[in-house]
Design a protein around this ligand. Structure first.
Ligand SMILES: C[S@@+](CC[C@H](N)C(=O)[O-])C[C@H]1O[C@@H](n2cnc3c(N)ncnc32)[C@H](O)[C@@H]1O
Length: 182
């Protein structure tokens, strides 16, 4: 079972569901407008293994989804979701951290530049690794690696937001976090 948190228009969740018919893919977003079209399309034409949930990451820890995911993806988050994956919002982080089963992984693609004007961080770079590692450790999650994402990894994410930002073409510095629940 795979969860894409902050799924936006659900494009990545639908693509994964098509290419991994044996997986149940759950797209989750706090905002429903963009997600509604993907949800309606999946209901009408499939894939039947894609489902969508309107919920904030902060609310997920106390649901039956906790401890069920083999993989959790978060691509180009903003707001509290971005602050959560960077260890700056404990509630959002706790909601994501609760989802993986034992041995389950979390993959994050994130980019922060000064022009984004994100509170508490002007630019994401390698100096953030200890902060991020410590924050996830408090929720029982290990940071396996933090490095620059390749353009191939950004393109493979099928993120609509990455396309909008021109991130696959190197217009932004994108970081890839890989985490796991031991
Ligand atoms: C920049 S968009 C990225 C959408 C998609 N992942 C992509 O790559 O195209 C960020 C998304 O995160 C969602 N989001 C922000 N904070 C959230 C939270 N606390 N819980 C769930 N979704 C959140 C927003 O509603 C938005 O759809």
């Amino acid at each position: 079972m795979v969860a894409d948190i902050g799924t936006g228009d659900g494009r990545a969740a639908l693509a994964r569901a098509r290419t991994e018919p044996g997986s149940l893919v759950l797209g989750v977003d706090a905002a429903t407008t963009a997600m509604a079209e993907a949800s309606g399309r999946a209901a009408r034409r499939g894939p039947a293994n894609a489902i969508f949930l309107a919920a904030g990451a902060e609310t997920l820890a106390d649901t039956p989804l906790a401890g069920q995911m083999d993989l959790v993806t978060v691509a180009f988050p903003w707001g509290s979701l971005l602050r959560g994956v960077l260890g700056l919002d404990a509630c959002a982080l706790a909601g994501i951290a609760a989802l993986p089963a034992r041995g389950g992984r979390i993959e994050v693609l994130a980019s922060v530049m000064p022009a984004d004007r994100i509170e508490g961080i002007s630019s994401l770079d390698a100096s953030w690794e200890p902060v991020i590692c410590d924050a996830w450790a408090t929720a029982g999650i290990d940071l396996v690696s933090m490095r620059r994402a390749t353009s191939g990894e950004v393109a493979a994410s099928r993120s609509s937001w990455a396309r909008r930002l021109g991130a696959a073409g190197g217009a932004r510095s994108v970081w890839r976090l890989e985490l796991c629940r031991p």
